[in-house]
Design a protein around this ligand. Structure first.
Ligand SMILES: Cc1cc2nc3c(=O)[nH]c(=O)nc-3n(C[C@H](O)[C@H](O)[C@H](O)COP(=O)(O)OP(=O)(O)OC[C@H]3O[C@@H](n4cnc5c(N)ncnc54)[C@H](O)[C@@H]3O)c2cc1C
Length: 374
């Protein structure tokens, strides 16, 4: 592994940082406070080519690879985890299509997502299950040359803005089907927004699927292959959540350092106190370790398709340190750290989300252990 960035990767990282600080940063607090999905920013991410960064240019992508994707995503998430998460989640259906779609599906379904002309979501979670896709009750029944979908999906991010959703539904035989649904289809209804403590403004909603007709050409892979498709595509979602964890932790450390240099106690900056220095050093070492795991997982995806182990390791660790680091930053910030006028409390709330969404930490441990004892 060589993490010496190429000139191109450095430019990508810098462009993402500039974009984030000029366009996203001024809106970050408002997106969190209002909980409204940032439609215009989502379009802007697409226009600037961030939506399909890892994918080949022949399918509308940026050709930057997964490592390039992780570098850019990290910059966006440092400023607003919600906005970064829009980019990360939109990549999951793209990953499913590039891995399991036919050539025709890559051109018809992947290219508009990668070019940023359309936005895509993913829907596997239901009211009664998130961690066990085998318990999914949404059904897909054959009808003519297509399928009729019925069910209800919980916590569907990007729902108010998505044009396509990758839905996982029980087939008539064994296993799940993975179907790309046009959200303008009759019977596809976005209902209650979910009021989550972090990742506000992600458009996380309940989606009802009532007799939704899906053409057969939108089935990814084979009938019954949905579980495999979910496991593979979601591992890229986990890489995204791990990047988010590193980014919020880094943002919290940067704020804590600035604050510690300015805030005085007993006549000197608190940055001179050993207890504060201990916090800052702990934060930095945990972030650096998590970043290496994250970069390693992105690098591994550039070498080959299966990163279930690497992305689970990265997500488990990065999400944990995100919670620990934002907690320490709050401690450095004292009462001011808890105020909504400072972004620390937003980072603290967002950090916890990374341990839960795109698969809880317990599931990451199961995946890691499975590989260790196979
Ligand atoms: C902001 C946000 C956005 C989301 N976006 C999407 C989306 O776009 N699409 C989508 O489909 N879903 C989405 N989700 C759903 C999310 O991915 C799931 O909620 C998550 O995977 C956890 O599932 P659960 O809530 O059903 O937890 P459960 O499965 O009910 O788990 C609850 C607890 O039970 C224990 N547990 C459960 N299973 C096991 C096990 N096998 N081994 C050990 N312990 C276990 C754990 O302690 C776990 O924390 C989103 C959620 C949020 C909060």
């Amino acid at each position: 592994m060589n993490f010496n960035l190429s000139e191109q990767q450095r430019m990508l990282q810098k462009a993402a940082k500039d974009f984030a600080s000029k366009l996203i940063k001024p809106q970050a607090a408002e997106i969190d406070a209002s909980g409204q999905f940032p439609f215009e920013l989502a379009k802007e991410i697409g226009k600037r080519g961030y939506q399909g960064l890892p994918y080949p240019t022949e399918y509308g992508g940026g050709g930057a690879g997964y490592f390039g994707y992780a570098l850019a995503l990290e910059q966006l998430c440092q400023v607003s985890m919600t906005v970064g998460a829009i980019m990360a989640i939109n990549t999951v259906p793209q990953e499913a299509i590039i891995r399991f779609g036919s050539e025709e599906q890559k051109k018809r379904l992947l290219a508009p997502l990668a070019r940023g002309e359309k936005l895509g979501g993913i829907a596997f979670t239901e009211a009664e299950t998130g961690s066990d896709p085998q318990a999914i009750t949404t059904t897909s029944k054959k009808s003519g040359d297509g399928y009729i979908i019925n069910g209800q999906k919980q916590f569907v991010a990007l729902a108010p803005a998505a044009n396509l959703t990758l839905v996982f539904a029980k087939g008539e035989g064994k296993g799940l089907n993975a179907l790309v649904i046009d959200t303008a289809s009759e019977g596809y209804n976005v209902r209650e927004p979910c009021q989550t403590m972090g990742l506000k403004g992600l458009g996380t909603s309940v989606v009802y699927l009532d007799d939704v007709r899906v053409p057969g050409e939108n089935l990814l892979g084979e009938e019954g292959q949905g579980f495999d498709i979910l496991r593979e595509a979601i591992s890229l979602g986990r890489l995204g959540a791990a990047v988010e964890g590193v980014a919020v932790a880094q943002a919290a450390l940067d704020i804590a350092i600035d604050y510690a240099k300015q805030r005085k106690a007993m006549g000197k900056p608190i940055a001179k106190l050993p207890t504060i220095q201990w916090h800052l050093a702990e934060m930095a070492s945990r972030i650096e370790a998590a970043r290496l795991l994250v970069y390693r997982a992105a690098f591994a995806r550039d070498q080959g398709p299966d990163i279930k182990y690497e992305s689970s390791l990265a997500k488990l660790f990065a999400s944990r340190i995100a919670v620990e680091v934002t907690d320490m930053a709050m401690q450095v910030g004292g009462s001011y750290g808890t105020m909504t006028t400072m972004p620390l409390e937003r980072l603290y709330r967002d950090a916890k989300m990374t341990e839960i969404y795109v698969g809880i930490s317990e599931i990451q441990r199961n995946i890691i252990a499975e590989r260790l004892i196979e």
